[in-house]
Design a protein around this ligand. Structure first.
Ligand SMILES: [Zn+2]
Length: 112
């Protein structure tokens, strides 16, 4: 079935154009976020989850993709504060952004 790459609406066979977007239909939708080729590496350890969340926020603002992972634990968003989830939190960033991310993290830690 053809799809509109803009609004992702699925059209019946034989359609070639999305009237809403004025865009040519494609046979298959591209993947949401091609992440192949990106290798994620951990930043140096942080004292706790609260700090990790703060650093992540700044990295987001700087346009550096990142995610948090607790060492050996399933990441549980919404649960903060005490408990084992507060320990061993690592921020993962793409390898080619590591230097920049470390610099940002250091800067932030200096101000706390
Ligand atoms: Zn469309």
């Amino acid at each position: 079935m053809p799809f509109c790459p803009e609004c992702r609406y699925e059209y019946t066979a034989g359609s070639t154009r999305c009237p809403d977007c004025d865009t040519d239909l494609v046979e298959a939708l591209p993947h949401d976020k091609p992440v192949s080729g990106l290798r994620f590496v951990p930043l140096p350890g942080l004292p706790g989850r609260v700090y990790a969340e703060m650093v992540r926020e700044v990295l987001d603002q700087e346009g550096i993709p990142c995610y948090l992972r607790s060492d050996g634990l399933i990441d549980s968003y919404g649960i903060s504060g005490t408990g084992p989830a507060n320990r061993g939190v690592r921020i993962f960033v793409p390898e080619d952004a590591l230097e920049e991310a470390v610099r940002i993290q250091r800067q932030m830690m200096d101000h706390i």
